[in-house]
Structure formats: structure tokens, C-alpha cells
Design a protein around this ligand. Sequence first.
Ligand SMILES: *Cc1c(COP(=O)(O)O)cnc(C)c1O
Length: 495
Amino acid sequence: MPKSTSHLSQNEGLIFERSSLGRSGYDLPPSDVPDPDLALALGSENVRESIAGFPELSELDVVRHFTRLSTWNYSIDTGFYPLGSCTMKYNPRINERVARFEGIAYTHPLAPEPFVQGNLEILKTLGDLLVEITGMDAASLQPPAGASGELAGVMMIRALLSDRGNPRQKILIPDSAHGTNPASASIAGYKVESLKSDAHGCISLAALESAMNADVAALMLTNPNTLGIFERNIVHITEIVHRRGGLVYMDGANLNALMGLAWPGDFGIDVMHMNLHKTMSTPHGGGGPGAGPVVVKKTLEPYLPSPVVACDALGRYFLDHDRPRSIGKLKAYYGNFGTLVRALCYILANGSAGLREASSTAILNANYLKHKLRDHYDLPYDEPVLHEVVFSNKRQAQQHLSVMDIAKRLMDYGFHPPTVAFPLIVPGALMIEPTETEGKAELDLFAEAMKAIAAEAESNPDLLRSAPHATRVKRLDEVQAARRPVLRWKPPGIS
Ligand SMILES: *Cc1c(COP(=O)(O)O)cnc(C)c1O
């Protein structure tokens, strides 16, 4: 059975256009207390009878509007989402249940420590487990995103080297890195030097040897890298950097490949971040709350963002603000608590055997798709892969088809497209990350769709060029959308 089919999908105007004067979504009894003097309380310039253009609708209008809009969306709950590097795995409902427990969801972040021992214990336990999963020594849960964890890590490296009286100017970053890596290094005040990958898609030891001098503060690498390939020389790599007085930062956004199988602390990493919104199954996408905790080796522990959650001799949890060498506070309060709760729930529900199985299955699924599709799409680096596999459009490019044409056509088959055009070292990259939560049936459907598209590229390339055909809106002008977005509705007559 094909995955996509035609289905009634209603049109929906803007909520402003549905507005009708005087409609409202509430019905309150008349007030039996005197009206407050708003002008006195707020200042008369802030008091208005109504807001121009504010939509007036009934409760049912509002419910239908947003429910209909929600059905236009593609989500992990509606289908396979192989967006490489993003780890779009299923978010188990048990996590959501627990995050909504009253004592968890409604605690005020400024509640006194003795009243929130349970919440502090959640944070401490999660930090300790992340340390164990990565083989590091200490954690901070403050960074609210992967990029923020990177910045925290690089700032800690900077602080340590300047305390040693040996500040350095540069950070080395492989050319396959995620764009946030050079951005974070640069925001922290470093010059970025790009390291060329070798023919296997890994860091070239020769290139590292020649670039690693006394001006290099750190090497910032991703392992497995963005090609899904494990850096087989990782121990040698960290030795080279350490021998010359540098530190090694690991972008751990791809931790989904390693849980219970490899420990970054063992292969010489000094500091890394994780993306809990990826690996630990908390909802993400659309810029919502995330969590990019950092874990460090002992040498960097004094520099962790302040405060850290600690436990005294009597077993009481507290927030330790007395950290003179800390890089300071990174985020209001202690991180995105709800996301952290979901991550802890995921870890405890799986246990160590479950986490190992998750990573093993993620690796199996990526290799399965690699095997299924290798006769139909070009494989620029034919190496054993871990959690994701990168193909390219090299064969379809002979028909002058771009990677975007393939991605758009995949939507007609009912799938979210993979990541395209990243990593940058692969021209026309198609980066597929199935994750462990997809079963064989879904992977087979996806592989069949990809194969059908490869055949269409030969027989009817125009079909791809004009795709998508089965979606609510056809091909959009992405350049205009990015350069000249219209983000605000204005009432007619108001410019
Ligand atoms: C997702 C990702 C990041 C950035 O994480 P954010 O939470 O989006 O800031 C960094 N590096 C890699 C390899 C990633 O996949």
C-alpha cells in the first residue's frame, strides 16, 4: 500500500480574517467587586478599550482553527522523519506524563532549596548519569541547546588556558563539522582553522600534526562525525593535541551512536556537550526548549557554569554558587527543567541495557538503509557507518536534478525528507538518520520510495523538478521565504 493518499484537507484563513466584531470565547458572570482604577494602577497611557485588529472569535472558532492547522504539519507522531544529524526519534509518552506531574511542572524556580529537594535530586541524578554514560567527571545541565553547550565548553577551555598563563588564539575544526562549531569558537573569541578530512571522511593525522602548534587552544571534533563515521584514530588524535598543550572538545550531538558502546572519556575527550533533545528523546524542532548539557574532565570542573547542584554530608541537595573560577551563569535558573526531566525519565526507563540496545539498533537501521539504497544513490564515503548514512545526488545530477528535487519528490511519497546539502564536504549530500525507533516495515517503505524516485529521475526527471505534487502547497520559493519573510499580519489600511 502506498504511504500517501489524497485526503480532505480544509482551507484555513488567518485567524484575523475569521474575526467577527463582538464575538468572544468566554462568558463570565458580572463582577461583584468594584472595578479597579486601571489608569491609576497602570498609568492612563497604558489603558485601552480595545487593541486594533485583535481577532474576536468564539471558543469553537479558535479550537477548530488551531486543530486544522495542526493537521497540516508533518511530525514524528505522524511518520518517519529521517532528518540526518537531528535524531528525530519517537518521544515516549511516559516522559510527557512524568514531566507534567504537579510537583515537577508547577514548582517555582525560586522556591527555597529545602522545599524542592526532589527537583534538585532530579537534576543531580541526571548529571551523574550523563557523566556515567560519557565516561567524564562532572556535568552542568544549564545550556539550553547544543550550540549553547558548545559555547560553554569553549569558554571553559579559554578560562583554563588563561589560568595556566598560556592563552592561545586558535581552534581547529574539521571541514565536516556542524556550522555551530565554528560559530561557537568564534563567539568565544577564537580564530577558527579548518582541518581537511582524508579520503575516508576522517581527520587526517598528517593535517592535524602540521596544524597542531602552540597557538592552538583546542581541537573541536564530532564523533561519530557528520558522515556517521567513527574517528578510528581518535586515541591517537587526542594524544597529539594533548602532547602539544591543547584540549579536545567533542560535539556529542551524535551520542545516539555511542550509548553503552563507547565512552568519550576513555578516548581522551576533555569536554563535550550532548543534545538531550536528540539522544534522550525529548521533543524538538521549531526552536522549542532543548537541553545541551556539558560534561567535563576533572581539570575543567572548576570552570563549569554556576550554580551546580551539590549534595552535603547529610544528603541535602543545594545549589552551589561558591565557584570562583566558574565561567558564570549561562541560562536563567538551572536549564530547561521540563526537558531535563524527560531525559532522566528516558534514561531510567531504558536502563543501561536499554540504552545500549537503542544505540545498537540505530546503527543497524542506518546500515540497513545504506545497504538497501547503495545501488541507487552515490555513496561518497563507502565506510562502515554508525547512526546515519550520507548519500549524494551525483547520479541524478546527470539528469540535472538537484538534491532538493529528490527531497521534494519524497514528500509525495509521504515521508519527511532527509537533511540535504550537509555536510558541506559532500556536494549534493542526502543525510539519512533513521534512529532506532523505526521498525523494518517503515524502513522498507522508505527504501522503496527512494528507489522509485531514483527510477523516476531516469524516466521522468521533470516529475522531480516540479515536485511536490501531492502536498497542500506546491514548490515554494525558498529564497524569497528566507530573504523576505512576511511574519506579521496587519489590519487592512494599516501599513
Ligand atoms: C544538532 C547539532 C548541533 C546543534 O544543536 P542545537 O541544539 O540545534 O543548538 C551541533 N552539532 C551537531 C553535530 C548537531 O547535530
